[in-house]
Design a binder for this molecule. Structure first.
Ligand SMILES: [Zn+2]
Length: 340
């Protein structure tokens, strides 16, 4: 496993204006995860925790035209064709699934959490998430009944505009397609290549390795193991949730889902405490399951960098496919472990 986690330490020298132009060495750590292909530069000296980022007057103003609020939902959002979803919209508990008005694949939906226009991160409960999750799963089942070629799914979350959300009203982006996404496909191929090279399952080996190392292991709820990723996809790190041995959507039981949501809420409590109150989440699923590709989720805080609200994504991520990470994965792990 250690062969898959490559770390290189280097440094650069500058003469520091804040210290009489004395020369100093600035350390730089470059990490490569050979399994995911992700490269990151861990630069904790740039670390500065952001302040709370949700502009309440703006959120209130946006409520007047929000299409996901109950008074506009029926008349101002699209419906699915009747043969796919009877009545055009799928409702479960407080959640409702509608088509994405700006689709980017064969079946693109939005699972609106509840009637509430704004739910701050500390008020997002397992119950709220459970309704949206169950509605999303039911939607996948209906799509599969309609078209059995649609077997790859993902449940995605842009929580707040800082994380790419176009509306404040909380919702999942749910996607179903005959083919896996680029990253999902890489997980499938890397899993098969690892099995061929080592004769074992990568995810099982990863959990064993991280539990022994004790640096990035977070906690386990039932069959769901939460880890901090060695080379994360976000500037403040990434939490990886692994559904042990679960390959397909049918393999995941109702209690597994509850265990996942319980762990997810613990992660949210930590993010909120650190003012990391925007996030992206991606949960990968498939109908039939690919060998050695476990159901898995990645949760990444997103921030605007003070004082100008600078984006946390720049030329490095966009043009070089490398992440600048200011919060070392091991530090994020420490913070999450001490959150109840
Ligand atoms: Zn709304």
């Amino acid at each position: 496993m250690q062969d898959y986690f490559i770390t290189k330490h280097t440094y650069t020298r500058i003469r520091d204006f804040a210290d009489g132009f004395r020369e100093k060495a600035v350390p730089i750590e470059v990490r490569k995860d050979r399994f995911t292909g992700r490269v990151s530069r861990i630069l904790p000296f740039r670390m500065k925790l952001p302040g709370p980022s949700h502009p309440l007057p703006l959120i209130e103003e946006a409520k007047k035209t929000c299409p996901f609020c109950p008074e506009r939902l029926e008349s101002g959002t699209p419906m699915f064709p009747e043969e796919i979803i009877e009545g055009g919209r799928l409702r479960h508990g407080a959640s409702v699934v509608i088509p994405n008005a700006f689709p980017y694949c064969r079946f693109c939906g939005v699972a609106i959490f509840a009637a509430d226009h704004y739910i701050s991160m500390d008020r997002i409960t397992e119950k709220i998430l459970s309704d949206a999750l169950e509605a999303s799963l039911q939607w996948f089942d209906r799509l599969f009944a309609y078209d059995s070629a649609v077997t790859y799914y993902s449940i995605n979350w842009n929580y707040m505009p800082t994380a790419g959300g176009s509306l404040f009203h909380p919702h999942f982006q749910v996607v179903a397609d005959p083919a896996p996404s680029n990253f999902h496909n890489r997980m499938i191929h890397s899993g098969a290549a690892y099995r061929q090279a080592h004769g074992t399952c990568y995810w099982q080996d990863l959990i064993r390795f991280e539990k022994k190392e004790q640096r990035r292991a977070l906690f386990q709820v039932g069959e769901i193991t939460f880890l901090a990723s060695f080379s994360p996809g976000g500037i403040f790190g990434e939490v990886l949730a692994l559904f042990a041995g679960k390959l397909s959507i049918q393999d995941v039981s109702a209690s597994d889902w509850q265990d996942f949501l319980s762990g997810l809420c613990r992660v949210l409590r930590c993010f909120f405490r650190l003012n990391l109150d925007c996030l992206n989440m991606t949960l990968l699923l498939s109908r039939h399951g690919d060998a050695d590709t476990w159901v898995q989720a990645r949760i990444m805080p997103r921030v605007q960098i003070p004082p100008w609200g600078t984006s946390d994504v720049n030329y490095f991520e966009k043009g070089h496919e490398e992440m600048v990470v200011v919060f070392a994965p091991e530090s994020l792990a420490e913070e999450i472990r001490k959150t109840e």
